[in-house]
Design a protein around this ligand. Structure first.
Ligand SMILES: [Zn+2]
Length: 659
C-alpha cells in the first residue's frame, strides 16, 4: 500500500520542532543489548526453534466459489458465495469467524470512528447487506446461527467442526454498494470513456485460525491490511457486454467474453518481450472489439493457492500485455489496463514494461512469481496490492509509476507468497517489500530510476542511514513491531517501510554481506511460502541460516527503538611512540549496538580500514584496541561511509589537530 499523505509525512519526519529532537547520549547497558531475548523460549511442534515450520505445522484452507453480478447503474455488487473450509488444526472448532471488509463503510463502523487516513470519505455509507447464511457439513444446507460485530461475522455451529481435516461449506448471499473514489483500497471513478471499478474486500472471507492466537480477529479499521488463509478460487463475474474485466486469476472462457482479435493479440503477447497492444483507443469505440453488443456476459476466472481474489471492470480500459520471463524457462503474462487519460510514453504506456521487469527481477533474485498472469490497473486506488492484480493511480507517471508498479507487485512476495499478518506486522510485508524494491530499482534498465528515493524510502535522497536520524529521535515514533492500526497516522510509513527496509539493507550490506544475507532471506521465503510466519520465525530463521546470533539487532532495531551513537574518544601511543602502536578508544554511547568500521589516516599518508565485530560491546560501552601505526595518526573516522544511523556524528571523528 502506498502512502497517500506524502507531504504531511515528510513534514513530520523532517521538520520536527527542535525541542523534540535530541541527540543527547542516552547511556548504554551491555546486559540490555545482549540479553538472551527469545533464546530461552523453546520451539514447538508447530514452529521449530531454528525458525522453520515445525513437524506438525498446519494451516487451514478456504476455497471460494462465487457468482457475482455488477450493477453499473447502482454501482453495486450482488453475489452468491460458497466457501469450503478445511480445519487442519488439531482443535475442534465450535464456531467460525469471517471477515466482512465492506462493513468498514457501514454506518457507525469502528473504522469510521478512528477515521484512518486512507479512508477519507466519511460520508459514504455502505457495508455488506447479508441476505442469508447457510452451512452444510454433508452437502445439505441449513440456516446458520450467526452474529455480526463490525467487520466480523461469527457462525456458531450446531456441532463442532472436526479437527485435522474436518470440512464445512458456508453459503452466503449478499450485496453491497461499491465505495466511491477516495476510499483507499477499492472504489470507482468516472473517466472520459466510462467508469472504472476497482473491486476488493468484496466477499466475506474466512478469518485465519492459527497456532499463535487461535482466531485472528482484529477488526478492519483501515490502516491494518489483511491476513488470510490460502485456497482456490472459482469466480464468475456477470457484467454488461461492454465491460472489460481483469482479475487476480486466469480467464477460463476467453472465447465467450473476448473477440477473436483480442484473443489473438493476447496469444502474441504471451511470447513477446515487447509490449503488445491488446485493446487500443480505437477499439474502445469499435463495436467489433467486443464479442457481443447487447445484454450481459459472464467472465469466468480461476486461481489456485491464493490468499485473496480481486478484480476490476470498465468499458474505458486500454489494455497492453507482454510476457515476463521466469526461472526454469517459465513465463507469465504481464498486463496493464488503464483509461485513455493515463496513456503517454512516460506514463501508462510503460506500465506493462515496469510490471514485466519487476516480476523478472524479483523472481530471479528471491522466489519465482507463482501465478499465470499479473495485472496492474490504472484507476481510482492510489496503490494497493492483491494476489495477481494491483491497483495503481491512473495519474502516476515517470518515476512514480515505476515506483508504485514495482512496489505493489513486490507485495506478491510479501505477503501474498510469504503469508504474514499485515494487520499485525505491517513491517513484514511493507518493509520487506520496500527492501526488495531498493535493489529492483537499481537493477531496472541500468538504474533508470535509481537509487530508490521516494516517499517510501529515503525521501531526501542522501545517505538513507543518516537521513533517518530525525525519525530515530522522534519521541512519537513507535517501535517497528507495533500493530499497524496502533501507529500514529503519519508514522506508519516512515517506520514500517523505511526503517524496516533500512534495517535489512544494513544487515545485507554491513552486518552479514550479500552471500550470507541472501541465503538466509531466501531460506525464510522458501520455508514460509504459503504459510504464516511470525516475527520470531523470521528472527530464528535469519539467525540459523546466516550463522549469527543477531538478537541484539532484532531487539534494538525492530522490538525497541534504541538509537546508535558510536564515538572515537581518544588516541594514545604505546610508550608515547607511534611506531610501537596507537591505542584507540571507542565508545558506544546509546543503547543500540553495531559492529564498527573505522578509517584511520596516518601522518605518513597511509590509510587503513579497520572492522571490529559487535562483540566488542558485550562487556562494556568503552573499548580500547591497539592499532599497528607506523607514524602519528592524522585522523580516525567512525562509520566513514555513513552507512549507520549514528544520531550524533560530531563525535565520529578524531583529528590530531583537535585540542
Ligand atoms: Zn505496500
Amino acid at each position: 500500500m502506498k502512502n497517500l499523505f506524502f507531504l504531511i509525512y515528510v513534514a513530520l519526519l523532517f521538520f520536527v520542532p527542535a525541542k523534540e529532537i535530541s541527540a543527547q547520549s542516552t547511556g548504554y547497558n551491555p546486559h540490555k543489548a545482549f540479553d538472551p531475548f527469545f533464546d530461552n523460549q523453546p520451539g514447538t511442534v508447530y514452529r521449530s526453534a531454528d525458525g522453520q515450520p515445525g513437524p506438525d505445522y498446519w494451516t487451514n484452507r478456504a476455497n471460494y466459489l462465487i457468482t457475482a453480478t455488477l450493477d453499473t447503474v447502482q454501482k453495486s455488487i450482488s453475489a452468491n458465495e460458497t466457501i469450503t473450509y478445511a480445519n487442519n488444526s488439531p482443535d475442534k472448532l465450535s464456531f467460525l469467524w469471517l471477515q466482512l471488509g465492506q462493513n468498514r463503510f457501514a454506518k457507525d463502523s469502528r473504522g469510521a470512528a478512528v477515521a484512518s487516513q486512507i479512508f477519507n470519505s466519511k460520508r459514504f455509507i455502505g457495508g455488506f447487506n447479508i441476505q442469508s447464511v447457510a452451512i452444510a457439513f454433508d452437502g445439505k444446507f441449513t440456516k446458520a446461527d450467526f452474529i455480526i460485530t463490525d467487520t466480523r461475522m461469527q457462525i456458531r455451529l450446531p456441532r463442532a467442526l472436526e479437527a485435522k481435516g474436518g470440512t464445512i461449506k458456508i453459503r452466503i448471499n449478499y450485496s453491497f454498494k461499491i465505495a466511491p473514489i477516495g476510499n483507499g483500497r477499492s472504489g470507482w471513478m468516472h473517466t472520459r470513456n466510462g467508469t472504472i471499478y476497482d473491486v476488493a474486500q468484496w466477499y466475506p472471507r474466512m478469518a485465519v485460525y492459527d497456532d499463535l492466537v487461535g482466531w485472528n480477529l482484529l477488526p478492519f479499521l483501515g490502516a491494518g491490511e489483511f491476513y488470510l488463509d490460502y485456497g482456490n478460487f472459482d469466480i464468475y463475474i456477470n457484467v454488461p457486454w461492454d465491460q472489460v474485466v481483469a482479475s487476480s486469476g486466469t480467464l477460463e472462457n476467453p472465447e465467450k467474453v473476448l473477440s477473436p482479435t483480442t484473443i489473438s493479440r493476447l496469444k502474441k503477447a504471451a511470447t513477446s518481450n515487447k509490449t503488445v497492444v491488446i485493446r487500443s483507443g480505437k477499439d474502445i469505440h469499435n463495436l467489433q472489439s467486443r464479442p457481443a453488443h447487447t445484454g450481459r456476459l459472464t467472465w469466468h476466472f480461476k486461481m489456485k493457492n491464493s490468499r485473496d481474489f480481486s478484480w476490476a471492470a470498465s468499458k474505458a480500459f486500454l489494455w497492453d500485455a507482454a510476457k515476463a520471463n521466469l526461472p526454469d524457462n517459465k513465463t507469465t503474462l504481464a498486463m496493464a489496463l488503464y483509461p485513455v487519460e493515463s496513456a503517454g510514453k512516460n506514463a501508462w504506456n510503460r506500465a506493462t514494461e515496469y510490471l514485466k521487469h519487476s516480476i523478472e527481477i524479483f523472481s530471479k533474485q528471491w522466489f519465482p512469481y507463482p501465478y499465470p498472469s499479473a495485472t496492474t490497473i490504472g484507476g481510482p486506488v492510489g496503490g494497493m496490492e492483491y494476489p495477481g492484480i494491483v491497483f495503481c493511480s491512473w495519474r502516476s507517471k515517470n518515476n512514480s509509476l515505476w515506483m508504485i508498479t514495482n512496489h505493489e507487485i513486490g507485495h506478491t512476495w510479501f505477503p501474498m507468497i510469504v503469508g504474514s499478518s499485515e494487520r499485525k506486522n505491517a513491517w513484514m510485508d511493507e518493509g520487506f517489500n520496500t527492501f526488495i524494491d531498493i535493489y529492483a530499482t537499481q537493477a531496472f534498465n541500468h538504474g533508470e530510476f535509481a537509487p530508490k528515493s521516494d516517499h517510501e524510502y529515503n525521501p531526501q535522497g542522501g545517505s538513507p542511514a543518516r537521513d533517518i536520524v530525525p525519525l530515530m529521535l522522534n519521541p512519537k515514533a513507535p517501535p517497528i513491531i507495533t500493530y499497524a492500526d496502533a501507529f500514529p497516522r503519519k508514522l506508519l510509513h516512515p517506520v514500517s517501510y523505511y526503517k524496516t527496509a533500512l534495517g535489512l539493507v544494513m544487515l545485507r550490506e554491513y552486518i552479514l554481506g550479500h552471500n550470507r544475507f541472501d541465503y538466509a532471506f531466501r531460506t525464510y521465503i522458501k520455508r514460509w511460502a504459503y504459510k504464516h510466519p511470525s516475527p520470531l520465525d523470521f528472527f530464528r530463521t535469519m539467525n540459523n541460516a546466516s550463522g549469527e546470533n543477531l538478537n541484539w539487532f532484532w531487539k534494538g532495531w525492530f522490538v525497541k527503538k534504541w538509537t546508535l551513537d558510536q564515538a572515537v574518544t581518544s588516541v594514545k601511543y604505546v610508550h608515547n611512540d607511534p611506531t610501537q602502536g596507537a591505542l584507540i578508544t571507542l565508545e558506544n554511547k546509546n543503547q543500540l549496538v553495531m559492529p564498527v568500521t573505522l578509517k584511520i589516516t596516518e601522518s605518513n599518508g597511509r590509510t587503513e580500514i579497520v572492522n571490529l565485530p559487535v562483540e566488542i560491546w558485550e562487556r562494556s560501552g568503552k573499548y580500547t584496541f591497539r592499532f599497528n601505526s607506523t607514524s602519528r595518526l592524522e585522523k580516525v573516522v567512525v562509520d566513514p561511509d555513513k552507512v549507520l544511523p549514528d544520531v550524533d556524528d560530531s563525535n565520529n571523528v578524531w583529528s590530531a589537530g583537535k585540542p
